[in-house]
Design a protein around this ligand. Sequence first.
Ligand code: GDP
Length: 310
Amino acid sequence: MGRLLVTGANGLVGSQFKGNIIGLNSKVCDLRDKTSTENIFKLYTDKNIQKEYVVDRVIHTAAKVGGVGANMNYKGEFFYDNIMINTNVIESCRKFGVEKLVVFLSTCVFPDNVEYPLTEEKIHLGPPHFSNDAYAYAKRMSEVQIRSYREQYGLNYTSVIPTNIYGPNDNFNIENGHVIPSLIHKCFLARENNTDLTIWGSGNPLREFIHSKDVANLSQWVLENYNESEPIMLSTSEEISIKDIVDVIVENMYFKGKVIFDKTKPDGQFRKPSDNSKIKNYLPNYEFIKFEDGIKETIDWFEKHYPNIR
Ligand code: GDP
């Protein structure tokens, strides 16, 4: 067997893959560019190098990502960057003989108006939520691309759909980050400066969170064991409200000030509950990292690394 290449290797999930892997990040290669992408794949799949060093498997986590704010403000970039990255990576995998590929989708790909819970076969049943439709359509197309490549070329390529991911080494940017890292950062600043903590929206929306280590473990399992075209959801199927997340963060960060809900800011989708039966059927004994433990670890990581954070 050859080597595993991970795209987005500096990212929230990508940085969790350990061992003898090749990690690509945006400094090594601009995956939006076809020639750069082909050159790097050509290099690592060269048949003249010893067999165990030749890349034959790829986990593709690289993407332009962000929270509800970034998704609404930079739709053009979210569409262009993601459609280019995915198209180039999947095509390069085909062109340079990669045997197995796992591509990351997201629960944003699902239609806004759909019967819950979300299951793998529902991703194309209607338009996504307006707040992240550019990102969602670009991601949906990678599912179409994989399926088409399987049909035409017989390639064993597949995809995973993780729910909202959190963990150490996230992007803690307050304007563009996802809810958990943004709230940890905001709570830290409010505590240090004795100011109010302002939450976006009503606090009522519900989300399902999965720790980045669980996502890495499960997608590695998918790479080695799952051979169907249909995506597989990576999810705990446990919903938590934004308000409850705020309580957990406030408690663990010893914040004593006032919490304000700014209803002029977007709520995004109200909820997107998922059905994790498929992965559970394959791995009935898998134990997910408990949310409270994962949050504590993420807060510790943040406090230890601040201000050297993304
Ligand atoms: P989404 O699941 O794609 O919508 O991603 P997010 O991680 O951005 O979660 C958005 C939810 O968290 C929405 O309901 C927001 O109103 C709420 N939220 C509350 N405060 C914040 C914040 O500071 N940043 C972000 N991104 N979301 C926040």
